[in-house]
Design a protein around this ligand. Sequence first.
Ligand code: NAG
Ligand code: NAG
Ligand code: NAG
Length: 227
Amino acid sequence: MYTSVVRLQNVFGFFTTVAFVVAAFIAASDFLTERAPIVRTLKTTSVQVVRGRPHYYSSKKEEYAVINFSLDADLSSLFTWNTKQVFVYVTAEWPAADHAKTNATNEAVIWDTIITSPSADHLANIGPVAMKKLRKSAGGKSIDPNRGKLSLKNQRHKYKITHPSGKLAMTDNVTLRLHYNVQPWVGLLTWDQDVDYGYWKALKNGVSKRFKLPAIKEKKPASAGAR
Ligand SMILES: *[C@@H]1O[C@H](CO)[C@@H](O)[C@H](O)[C@H]1NC(C)=O
Ligand SMILES: *[C@@H]1O[C@H](CO)[C@@H](O)[C@H](O)[C@H]1NC(C)=O
Ligand SMILES: *[C@@H]1O[C@H](CO)[C@@H](O)[C@H](O)[C@H]1NC(C)=O
């Protein structure tokens, strides 16, 4: 016997099934869109190692590295109609002390940013101006092809590099590496990859040349006799 509750359940079940299938199609469509991110330049412009307190809450003095870098990359192919935002970050990586035995690598984020897709920009800030923009952009515009192009020159680090041992000076074989994380409207988060995967190509040229951290740069005392 059909009651209204059972009927309601059937209708609800039908709509959730439809919604699920549509979402699955949207998520699957990502795999049919080419991703070919490329890095043209990734290099350090200045590297320093300083001994001091890296953060205001640091209780002890330790060595930390500060790196300025230049980055020229084209990540625009990561932006499709299903892209909500792309999280981009640069890490410094170097072999751990016991690398020969364990292959372990030290990794520290030095800079990051979030690039929102044009359609997400309007949702991020609500107000009369944003509403006007939203209406204007609703006129069947495609995705801004400039989105995802990064061109940074002598960019200052956001985060200082530290190591639990407190030692960093003269560290050899350090590389900078660009990473990204694509956050879709529907589907799973995906990260940069080392191998091609169907239409998704590996990030090209995403690692800098090896470099060596310099010796500690002495900080000048603030004034004579202060200490
Ligand atoms: C370290 O990496 C090399 C090359 O990838 C591999 O041959 C070796 O087995 C790895 N060693 C360990 C301990 O994982
Ligand atoms: C690092 O970059 C910042 C901002 O671009 C700049 O002000 C600073 O002088 C740079 N540092 C060095 C050592 O070049
Ligand atoms: C840096 O890498 C080179 C080439 O792989 C290697 O010969 C050298 O021993 C490495 N240096 C350190 C300190 O790991």
